[in-house]
Design a protein around this ligand. Structure first.
Ligand SMILES: [Zn+2]
Length: 336
């Protein structure tokens, strides 16, 4: 057997899955509260217990596991250390999570940033469908904005950390919104749920927001997702989404100018399809989004038509856990 354990560590939930490089995903995913606010050791204990449950549910033994591919929402260095706790408790700063996992489960362990893991999964699904590229950038929206570069089939990483596309600066003005990384004007301050909140706050400060956009900004940010995908959205709602996707387009333009990527992929929960939205309304929302992003890129290269801007094709909700496991299977970080 050569089965890999995939683990997606989040601030509130940890997701575990099993992956076989030959057969693909095995069985069902297992979710548990991560207890991340109690520090990495508490989460590793949760993972240890959950791994036993997952193996048992699939009639497998610990010995069937070859290695661990894990990910978490923070910049990770080459040794598997959490460099800065952007979207997880401060107690994770400086923790070598891959070492902790390896010791607890007695298996080789690889730790990735969660955006990198999700993008790698997307790359592999695209490769199987002949829709991949040797130079791809992916933006993954949620509360914040993750991002990754997959170059020649590998996650791009420098000696310090891998690419942090959410922190590309798109606004250098003095009063630009403050980002979780400590800088101002990052694309994350626009293209994310936090970004939607910021844009609503700015409109509220001017005092001319429609009734539908009044209330607590984070709740309104979620309402915006629903309103943006209605058959007949309000013009203010359309304008906010346009600003959101135009900001992604500016960041994408920077990436294309640095690396020459010919595929930009958009994924993530901040613009996922609302249950109430009709297919037609959601298609319109997607087309408007892609047009706004294209416009950002085209400001620099109006004739560079080979750069594709596409929605994610990976429909797995837990793609990061499986992406990490799949990457561990090709990187060769396995027991002998
Ligand atoms: Zn930032």
């Amino acid at each position: 057997m050569s089965i890999y354990l995939g683990i997606d560590i989040g601030a509130s939930t940890v997701k575990l899955g099993l992956f076989d490089p030959e057969k693909g995903v095995i069985g069902e995913r297992l979710d548990r509260p991560s207890r991340a606010s109690e520090g990495p050791d508490a989460t590793v204990n949760v993972i240890k217990t959950a791994t036993s449950e997952l193996l048992q549910a699939n009639d497998l033994q610990f010995n069937d596991l070859k290695a661990i591919g894990a990910c978490c929402p923070a910049p990770i260095d080459a040794s598997g250390m959490c460099v800065y706790p952007t979207n997880i408790d401060r107690s994770w700063q400086g923790a070598n999570v891959s070492q902790k996992l390896s010791e607890a489960l007695q298996l080789p362990a690889l730790l990735l940033n969660d955006g990198d893991a999700a993008a790698y999964r997307e790359y592999r699904v695209r490769s199987a469908e002949n829709k991949a590229s040797s130079c791809m950038a992916q933006f993954i929206t949620g509360t914040g904005l993750g991002g990754a570069l997959i170059i020649n089939g590998k996650i791009w990483s420098g000696p310090a950390v891998s690419a942090e596309l959410g922190h590309i600066c798109i606004d250098s003005s003095e009063n630009a919104d403050l980002c979780g990384c400590g800088a101002r004007g990052c694309v994350e301050t626009r293209a994310s749920l936090l970004g939607l909140r910021n844009m609503v706050k700015h409109r509220q400060a001017k005092g001319n927001v429609p009734e539908a956009l009044q209330g607590e900004p984070m709740e309104v940010a979620k309402t915006l997702r629903r309103l943006g995908q209605m058959d007949d959205p309000l013009s203010d709602v359309v304008a906010i989404w346009q600003e959101y996707f135009t900001s992604l387009g500016i960041a994408a333009r920077n990436v294309v100018n640095i690396l020459g990527c010919d595929l930009i992929v958009i994924s993530g929960g901040a613009q996922e399809k609302e249950k109430a939205a009709s297919d037609r309304a959601y298609q319109r929302f997607k087309q408007d989004a892609i047009a706004s992003i294209r416009q950002g890129i085209d400001q620099s290269f109006p004739h560079l038509t080979q750069t594709r801007v596409e929605w994610s094709i990976d429909t797995l909700l837990d793609s990061a856990a499986y992406g990490a496991a799949q990457y561990a299977s090709v990187i060769g970080n396995t027991k002998s």
